[in-house]
Design a protein around this ligand. Structure first.
Ligand code: HEM
Ligand code: HEM
Length: 171
């Protein structure tokens, strides 16, 4: 589905930039291993869960409104952009959930905006396991992918001069 407008809707744009800020914040406040258990980083949980909360209205808006028409792309560039965006969406959902799972396995209590959340896995002694490791690696991978994504956006903007940044800008 494709919209007629030149840019994403205000809601999509606000959520895009808020999400980018929160992902960066979650990465900067991340801790691993023993430190995580002894002094749980509440800010990491809050920012990460906010990413999950924002992806819900974002996907609803995306399905309802589609993307702005005509980004002038075709062929492998368009396919690459679609795959990259799809992977970013997948990580925006998968990362917070695997983090929540990891915290549960470690017996670390988590809350979101003052509301305590239930554990989604049983506590284990020792290492929290494969999914926790997946979370740690995916947490850095999303930053690399978003960095590449930003570079591509800047390439479009300043080399191809096709106005791509306007699609995700309020004015
Ligand atoms: C963690 C950081 C980021 C994430 C997770 C992210 C994610 C996404 C996703 C999933 C889309 C596709 C939207 C859709 O069609 O539904 C998108 C579009 C876009 N993003 Fe990002 N983004 C991030 C950071 C950035 C940065 C830093 C820039 C620019 C420097 C940027 C520029 C854009 C632009 C221009 C579009 C519109 C692409 C188009 O449709 O032509 N993003 N972003
Ligand atoms: C966009 C969201 C998130 C990003 C980018 C992210 C990123 C990261 C990174 C990079 C690490 C590794 C830190 C290190 O080893 O020094 C980490 C660890 C961890 N994160 Fe997240 N995280 C996110 C969301 C969450 C959420 C929502 C939770 C819990 C509700 C969470 C819980 C944890 C836990 C428990 C660990 C420690 C895992 C271990 O030591 O095995 N994360 N996170």
């Amino acid at each position: 589905m494709s919209g007629n407008s030149l840019r994403y809707s205000t809601g999509m744009i606000l959520i895009h930039w808020l999400t980018a800020l929160f992902v960066l914040g979650a990465w900067l406040t991340a801790r691993g291993g023993r430190e995580m258990v002894q002094d749980p980083p509440l800010l990491h949980f809050t920012l990460g869960l906010a990413v999950l909360a924002l992806v819900v209205p974002r996907l609803i808006l995306r399905l309802a409104e589609g993307a702005p028409a005509g980004d002038g792309q075709n062929g492998w560039l368009a396919t690459g952009a679609k795959a990259g965006h799809g992977l970013l969406y997948l990580l925006l959902i998968g990362l917070p959930i695997t983090g929540w799972y990891a915290a549960s396995r470690m017996g670390v209590p988590i809350s979101f905006l003052g509301v305590e959340l239930p554990a989604i896995a049983a506590k284990v002694e020792g290492r929290p396991g494969l999914i926790a490791e997946l979370h740690e690696n995916a947490g850095t991978f999303i930053l690399i992918l978003a960095g590449l994504h930003a570079l591509m956006a800047l390439w479009h903007q300043f080399v191809r001069r096709d106005g791509t940044m306007r699609r995700m800008s309020l004015r």
